[in-house]
Design a protein around this ligand. Structure first.
Ligand code: UDP
Ligand code: MG
Length: 320
């Protein structure tokens, strides 16, 4: 049992987008950890169309250690999750660790992830201890986590933390998913038999800014919601049913009141009730159209079936 779970080869995948300031420390600290773990490893850095000199730095690192460091340069910015997918398409290890480039999650935690995976877990999630992010960023994650828990039914406390480990089989399964907008931690959980979560340290970002603007975050929430479930559509149906029933009962009541003595004057005032009801119904319809549009948008992008990423070049692997 124990030996079947042993991890011989570890792949670390890191998406990089304008992280020039962090890269030197990222490389030295991560390689120091990986050199110590006593297993084969590869460190795959995916440049997600950076406009600074991140790509050059990554290529130089791969040239310096071609056996262990792999530089993957995408031709433009495809987003964090697509960049990780690009890295996944090249992994050779039994265990794949994902991590952010900004060192908010210390690479020193990698051995703990490996240990947790060797206990027989297919996915190892992490819970950030005393999280060092802005209030807004933390609040946004809370909403995402709740939505993810409700929709997947997999109890994980922190979906936002990208310091995670996946067994190779889970990664292979994820690569088979051809939808365009994915949220990797949620997708991965869908293919795991056993999952666990371990506490990890969290540091504040020391160099550069978060690459997620409010706008990107809102888009991410939409992706997360629609990539997992069609529940919003169903809730909408229930909502519509309830509203319809309410409207029906209200109109019955209005008719009865109108027929009662003194209903004349009351009926006039009731016009405004009808206005209110109409507005509510129009509102529901608009929301409905919006949500349906969201799914149609997904169908549209998936039907186009464009490749999720294009790799421009790979440095550091002889037969790639
Ligand atoms: N990232 C990326 N492409 C993007 C945005 C971000 O590859 O379009 C990378 C970024 O370089 C970092 C990771 O995704 O390694 C997480 O980004 P960031 O630290 O800005 O997000 P936050 O910590 O605020 O969630
Ligand atoms: Mg970060």
């Amino acid at each position: 049992m124990e030996s079947a779970n042993r991890v011989d080869f570890v792949s670390v995948v890191v998406p990089v987008y304008n992280e020039s300031g962090c890269l030197d420390e990222l490389l030295s600290r991560t390689l120091a950890v990986l050199d110590e773990i006593g297993r084969r490893f590869e460190f795959i850095l995916v440049d997600d169309g950076s406009s600074d000199d991140s790509a050059e730095k990554i290529v130089r690192a791969a040239e310096a250690r071609p056996d262990q460091v792999v530089a993957v340069i995408l031709n433009r910015n495809y987003g964090q999750h697509n960049a990780i997918m690009a890295g996944f398409s090249l992994v050779r290890g039994d265990l794949v660790v994902t991590m952010d480039a900004d060192l908010q999650n210390p690479p020193e935690e990698i051995p703990n992830l490996i240990a947790a995976a060797e206990k027989g877990n297919d996915v190892v999630g992490t819970i950030r201890q005393n999280r060092r992010d802005t209030f807004f960023r933390r609040y946004a994650s809370k909403v995402v986590n709740c939505a993810a828990r409700a929709a997947t039914g997999v109890m994980m406390n922190d979906y936002g933390c990208m310091l995670r480990a996946y067994r190779r089989g889970v990664v292979d399964a994820m690569l088979q998913c051809h939808e365009r907008s994915t949220f990797i931690p949620v997708l991965g959980n869908g293919f795991a038999r056993r999952t666990t979560e371990i506490p990890v340290a969290h540091a504040a970002r020391t160099v550069g800014d978060s690459k997620y603007s409010l706008w990107k975050l809102i888009n991410l929430q939409f992706n997360l919601l629609t990539c997992m479930t069609t529940l919003p559509l169903r809730i909408l149906t229930y909502f519509g049913l309830g509203a319809g029933l309410f409207g029906f009962l209200l109109s019955l009541y209005i008719i009865v009141r109108r027929l009662c003595p003194g209903g004349d004057t009351w009926g006039n005032a009731g016009v405004f009730t009808l206005f209110a009801v109409t507005f509510i119904l129009v509102g529901i319809q608009m929301i409905g159209i919006g949500v349906i549009g969201e799914y149609i948008g997904r169908i549209y992008t998936d039907v186009r079936a464009r490749p999720r990423f294009f790799i421009e070049k790979i440095v550091g692997r002889k037969n790639a």
